[in-house]
Design a binder for this molecule. Structure first.
Ligand code: ZN
Length: 95
């Protein structure tokens, strides 16, 4: 009973004491993988930051006057709005 347990632990110690050698290609591969992972993390982080600080997109309609060319916005619930410069009714611009 005790003897077999000792033999097992002896085998584990032998396996652990083996020198861990990494070949040069493996080291380069590990380096590249770590570098790519860091770049990916940085890209995701900056993307999240950019989205957080961007202003919320406005739902307002955008109008461009057909007579004087004045560009203005109005509430999203109106389809036609009067130009504040010349008074002409204009249709909302659809994107
Ligand atoms: Zn106008």
């Amino acid at each position: 009973m005790v003897h077999t347990a000792d033999a097992g632990s002896q085998r584990d110690r032998d396996a652990a004491s083996k020198p861990i050698t990494m070949s040069v290609p493996a080291l380069i591969l590990a380096y590249v993988v770590v570098l790519l992972a860091a770049l990916c993390g940085l890209g995701i982080y900056s993307e999240l930051r950019r989205r957080r600080f961007e202003p919320m997109p406005s739902e307002d309609h955008i109008f461009r006057c057909r007579r004087c060319g004045y560009v203005y916005t109005d509430d999203p619930d109106v389809d036609r709005s009067r130009c504040t410069q010349c008074g002409r009714m204009n249709e909302a611009i659809e994107f």
